[in-house]
Design a protein around this ligand. Structure first.
Ligand SMILES: CCCCC/C=C\C/C=C/C/C=C/C(=O)SCCNC(=O)CCNC(=O)[C@H](O)C(C)(C)COP(=O)(O)OP(=O)(O)OC[C@H]1O[C@@H](n2cnc3c(N)ncnc32)[C@H](O)[C@@H]1OP(=O)(O)O
Length: 284
């Protein structure tokens, strides 16, 4: 097939499948790049994009829209200039209302299953700190570009909590077993250059624009790859992790709720929240 015909066919199929996004998102900006039809989803929940039920529900909805519209790819980034996302909203875990906590955890599971298992390619332009749940979202993407001088990692043990098994499997899909064990048991946050050295990210960037440019370039690798072959291959690698959670979804919610409501765990969260607040007071 002539290159020009191929590009015309590609453009036609993209136009007919252009995603239609709800303009009602409160915590997200969603935009499609006219040059390559890649969608950029920008987390926008100040001050630190902490993942509460509302934000998770919106991310889940946008992922559904992207899948339905057969999007050629998605970049996840942040509107903040120093935080990608601060991870799960600690207020959803501190003295939780059980019914609300179940909805919250269900939404998190949904986002993980949809993002980790998306048929379309995904990249994270990590333009700020990405602790815990922030690191999880970044690791769910297939490619990570991170701006220098920020931190990323699963630091749950520092808060006296435990990263669920599906968080751990996501890290095991990204870095070695040895590095995962050391990182998780110590709750290590990696600086950007350390993350690159261990393979937790794929490229460093000087700033957000550079990160977006490099993330966009990632999708060029798939221009000549049939999407179905790509999607099946990804599913062969990640699908069994997702099936495991699907089978154990209710149990995972119940176990997490019973652990998170233990007095010792609640005390740990209170202590951590106080540290966050004190940090601000001692800086003032
Ligand atoms: C023993 C068995 C237990 C089993 C439990 C089982 C399962 C539970 C599993 C859960 C997995 C958990 C995953 C998570 O994601 S937990 C969240 C982890 N996140 C963090 O540790 C990050 C904390 N935040 C920071 O380090 C910093 O805020 C920052 C991201 C580096 C940004 O720093 P910056 O200086 O820019 O901002 P501030 O620190 O001043 O923060 C501004 C403001 O936001 C509040 N805040 C920060 N992070 C969170 C958060 N994650 N949730 C809610 N609120 C947050 C902070 O307190 C400030 O509030 P203020 O009112 O003072 O303005």
């Amino acid at each position: 097939m002539m290159a020009s015909t191929r590009s015309l066919l590609r453009t036609k199929s993209l136009i007919s499948n252009l995603p239609r996004f709800s303009s009602n998102y409160k915590c997200l900006d969603v935009s499609v790049n006219n040059d390559n039809n890649i969608t950029t989803v920008t987390l926008k929940r100040p001050p630190v994009n902490s993942l509460n039920l509302d934000l998770l529900s919106e991310i889940s909805d946008v992922l559904t829209d992207l899948k339905k519209s057969k999007s050629p790819g998605m970049i996840l980034t942040s509107s903040s200039d120093k935080v990608f996302t601060a991870g799960l909203d600690i207020m959803e875990m501190h003295k939780p209302d059980p019914e609300r906590f179940k909805q919250f955890w269900y939404a998190l599971q949904d986002v993980w299953m949809k993002l980790y298992g998306s048929p379309f390619p995904t990249a994270a332009a990590i333009n700020g700190h990405a602790p815990a749940g922030g690191c999880l979202l970044a690791m769910c993407c297939e490619y990570r570009v991170m701006v220098q001088n920020f931190n990323i990692g699963l630091n749950e043990t520092q808060l006296g909590i435990v990263a669920p098994i599906w968080f751990i499997k996501t890290m095991l899909n990204t870095i070695s077993i040895r590095d995962t064990e050391l990182a998780l048991t110590t709750g290590r946050l990696f600086k950007t250059d350390e993350a690159l050295a261990v393979g937790l990210i794929d490229e460093m960037a000087t700033d957000k624009a550079d990160a977006l440019k490099k993330a966009n370039a990632f999708f060029e690798r798939f221009e000549m790859i049939p999407p179905i072959a790509r999607a099946y291959t990804k599913d062969s690698l990640r699908g069994s992790d997702i099936e495991d959670l699907k089978k154990n979804r209710e149990k995972d919610i119940q176990t997490t709720l019973s652990l998170i409501t233990q007095p010792k765990v609640q005390q740990g969260l209170e202590f951590y929240l106080a540290l966050l607040k004190n940090k601000k007071e001692s800086a003032a």
